[in-house]
Write a protein that binds this ligand. Structure first.
Ligand code: FMN
Ligand code: SF4
Length: 411
């Protein structure tokens, strides 16, 4: 079957910095729950291999922490020496399918549930009461000093170098969803009075932009360096589309190779990320105690959302109009018409999370015409699967092989 003309741009190659992608589909980072104790499992390799085999041009390994304190949970990929042989298995498997692979590099800052940290309080842009602490018990956070800022920027650089050493083609610096770098961008978190704070997003993005600069200098010549940002934090007093415009402009000036446009915050507005709430029956099943408690509490403050496709389109268009660098649209892309719309609106790539968890073959199926709308119902039950023994999976397809998830990739 020939490709419908409105879809054909999505199947053309694109250059992202030094990287050539075979088409415009990117598997977005979705915490896989496939790194017990921080070590990537054989299931993590298979998960990303299947995304590549299913047609995505690039698949993103979620949530790779740049330092032990930068983790939010203990079962999160840590970009340290012991992880390298396991990550290499993963990047080799993706490359054998002729796709590229990106490591999302992140630091949780004050959003951490780790039982132990090297500092008494978790770090953030500013000190004082810690909103995520209402879930984790860490009620206070400390403002980063200049030495902290330098050290953590160095950790991002070291993480990016390790990712490159492990064979990744790209790194995505996480600047959204309430993690450390977005704690600088967000007016809810950043109350600094020095050069890294201010009333405008253009001022508050200075530290994240410095981190980007250092990562670009270290690996940007041969590795694509992208950033994930919020087009709206989805919460009163939080960053909005106008802030996102300023953030995008600053990151463009700094030389980012691509921005992935997302929205929402893990604690204050988690379901904004997904464009739909987690249903009550899901909250009560399958979850680890901490996720159950967190989701119950979040219900108290997040309004009811009704899912609709391409739910960040209006906000993302504002950013599209303000910058020239490549942008990946993300949020509720699940149909041929949604992808065509994103292309028509001038987005360079389309990133997808749940639609590809539901069916890793979707990109090939859109292309051959056998599927035009993903069967993903946006029920968010895959989120509740993250910390089950088999890790993140679509409930319509059943749990993954837990044994494979308990076997380190390189064993
Ligand atoms: C199970 C699950 C885990 C996720 N974990 C992450 C993550 O680790 N990092 C991240 O930036 N986004 C994460 N996300 C958010 C997705 O990248 C994406 O922003 C969101 O699912 C909306 O896109 P979609 O409508 O295509 O699913 C996660 C999403 C899901 C469903
Ligand atoms: S569990 Fe399956 S159907 Fe539900 S949101 Fe996740 S991928 Fe979609």
């Amino acid at each position: 079957m020939t490709l419908p003309p409105e879809l054909s741009p999505a199947y053309t190659p694109i250059k992202i910095g030094p990287l050539l992608l075979r088409n415009r589909f990117i598997k977005s980072a979705t915490n896989e729950g496939m790194a017990k104790g921080g070590l990537p499992s054989k299931l993590l390799v298979e998960h990303h291999r299947s995304m590549a085999a299913g047609g995505a041009a690039m698949t993103t390994v979620a949530y790779c922490a740049v330092s032990p304190d930068g983790r939010t949970f203990p079962d999160q990929v840590l970009l340290d020496e012991p992880s390298l042989p396991h990550l290499r298995k993963l990047t080799e498997a993706v490359h054998r399918e002729n796709a590229a692979v990106c490591a999302q590099i992140t630091h949780g800052g004050a959003f951490t549930f780790l039982p132990k940290l090297s500092t008494r309080y978790p770090m953030s842009s500013s000190g004082g009461f810690n909103p995520p602490g209402s879930l984790s018990g860490r009620l206070f956070k400390k403002a980063m000093t200049q030495a902290d800022l330098d050290r953590v920027a160095g950790e991002f650089v070291a993480g990016a170098r390790r990712a490159r050493e492990a064979g990744f083609d790209a790194v995505e610096i996480h600047m959204g969803h309430g993690y450390l770098l977005s704690q600088f961008i967000s007016p809810l978190y950043n109350r600094r009075r020095d050069a890294f704070g201010g009333k405008t997003a253009a001022e508050r993005v200075r530290y994240p932009a410095q981190v980007l600069r250092r990562v670009l200098d270290a690996v940007g010549r041969d590795t694509a360096v992208t950033c994930k940002i919020c087009v709206t934090e989805g919460v009163k007093g939080g960053a909005e589309a106008e802030d996102a415009v300023q953030v995008a402009q600053a990151l463009e000036r700094e030389g980012a190779h691509l921005l992935t446009l997302s929205g929402g915050m893990n604690v204050e507005s988690p379901w904004t990320i997904f464009g739909s709430n987690m249903p009550d029956n899901v909250i009560e099943t399958d979850q680890s105690a901490i996720v159950k408690l967190a989701t119950r509490m979040m219900k108290l403050w997040e309004p009811k959302l009704t899912f609709h496709e391409m739910y960040f389109l209006e906000h993302s268009r504002r950013v599209r109009a303000a910058v020239k660098l490549p942008l990946a649209y993300l949020g509720g892309a699940k149909s041929v018409s949604g992808v065509a719309q994103a292309m028509q609106d001038g987005f360079d790539c389309v990133a997808m999370g749940r639609a590809l968890i539901h069916d890793p073959q979707l990109v090939n199926k859109f292309r051959d015409g056998s599927v035009t709308v993903s069967g993903c119902t946006a029920c968010n039950q895959c989120v509740s699967m993250m910390y089950t023994p088999g890790g993140t999976a679509c409930v319509l397809r059943g749990p993954n092989d837990a044994a494979l998830n308990h076997t380190p990739a390189a064993s």
